[in-house]
Design a protein around this ligand. Structure first.
Ligand SMILES: Cc1cc2nc3c(=O)[nH]c(=O)nc-3n(C[C@H](O)[C@H](O)[C@H](O)COP(=O)(O)OP(=O)(O)OC[C@H]3O[C@@H](n4cnc5c(N)ncnc54)[C@H](O)[C@@H]3O)c2cc1C
Length: 323
């Protein structure tokens, strides 16, 4: 990393963050690996953990005021962070809290999606059963239109509180997210344009602060049974261990896993990274994989499927940082 104006800005930002959030919440040069489900990733210049919506907003605003690139992460379960890490500030969003009001539920964006799903089911509220077992936050799910077993965020989101790039906070209707398969206006923000690689942390991006979902009453025992079945399907078909879920989106009318398996890459390894022998659209960090090794597997699978089937697979995960 080079020194220069950004390093001076980072030093000033670090001081300002410590005054606002306390010294324990702000770290310099902290590896991001422990903050991702892949357990991979180099350091961020600065890392701050926000436990409340107000602190989240304040940390991001301070970064913007100091002209330091800033990226908000939830549980880091849909990203591959480069070995070189990320310039600027990374804010880990751990704001949480759920408020029920009849068929509506308001959730802070750092709440775990899976925990939300379980609480809804326990109240006989239907609409999020598919989300049990997804390890990310509500914020990450709203950005990426998370989904499983036919259910998606787009089907249940009513509106969300968003901090916009000019620092104002607005209520975004579900239409404003322009949802597509595992994508939204926010996931397609300018910093994320190219697939190889998608670079984030480079400029301002909108922050999801809170989401409101509209659900409906159903039989609690029936919903619990659906969750049990979904979780059992997950355990049977998806590998455990350190990973980030599906690496590629399924192309129209087909499955990325089927295509990668057909080109013979199930179980293929690069260093500590492995294309799962159980499901070819999953890459697992078997212990000490680097981001570069995972990226090599991604490129290998992409090229092999393109050569054999003429299908250009699209990444579902985001590659973050310097590549
Ligand atoms: C074992 C496993 C199984 C999975 N199964 C599924 C599945 O069935 N379906 C599915 O859709 N996904 C699945 N995933 C992927 C992942 O859990 C989801 O995409 C999840 O919604 C990501 O949330 P996150 O908090 O981890 O986001 P992160 O990975 O932390 O961030 C993802 C992106 O969202 C942005 N972001 C995060 N929070 C905010 C915020 N508050 N405001 C603005 N931007 C934000 C980040 O900047 C980044 O660009 C799985 C992952 C794993 C590891």
């Amino acid at each position: 990393m080079t020194s220069g104006p950004i390093d001076r800005a980072i030093t000033h930002l670090a001081d300002a963050l410590r005054r606002t959030m306390g010294t324990a919440a702000v770290h310099e040069g902290q590896a991001l690996a422990p903050y991702t489900t892949f357990r991979i990733g180099g350091p961020a210049d600065l890392l701050a953990v926000a436990h409340h919506q107000e602190t989240l907003c304040r940390a991001v605003t301070l970064a913007w005021e100091h002209d330091v690139p800033c990226l908000v992460l939830g549980r880091g379960s849909n990203v591959l962070v480069s070995d070189d890490g990320i310039r600027g500030l990374v804010v880990i969003n751990q704001s949480n809290g759920i408020t029920f009001s009849e068929n509506r539920v308001n959730v802070e964006s750092g709440e775990l999606l899976s925990a939300l799903a379980h609480q809804c089911v326990a109240r006989g509220l239907a609409g999020l059963e598919w989300a049990a077992g997804i390890p990310g936050t509500v914020g990450g799910a709203v950005v990426g239109n998370a989904g499983a077993w036919g259910g998606t965020i787009a089907q249940v989101l009513n509106r969300a509180r968003v901090m916009q790039q000019d620092g104002t906070i607005a209520l975004w209707s579900v239409e404003q997210f322009n949802y597509q398969t595992r994508s939204s206006t926010l996931k397609q923000r300018p910093a994320n344009q190219s697939i190889f690689p998608i670079k984030t942390g480079q400029q301002r991006h909108e922050i999801v602060l809170e989401a409101e979902f509209t659900l409906y009453q159903d039989n609690r025992a029936r919903l619990e049974q659906i969750v049990r079945e979904n979780m059992a399907r997950r355990r049977a078909n998806q590998p455990g261990g350190a990973g980030c879920g599906s690496v590629f989106k399924n192309p129209p009318g087909d499955y990325a896993g089927r295509l990668i398996e057909t080109v013979g890459l199930k179980g293929y390894r690069c260093g500590g990274a492995e294309i799962s022998p159980l499901h070819a659209n999953f890459i697992i960090n078997t212990g000490n994989a680097t981001a570069r090794e995972v990226k090599t597997l991604i490129d290998t699978a992409y090229q092999a499927v393109l050569d054999r089937f003429g299908v250009a697979l699209e990444l579902e995960i985001e590659l973050i940082g310097d590549w």
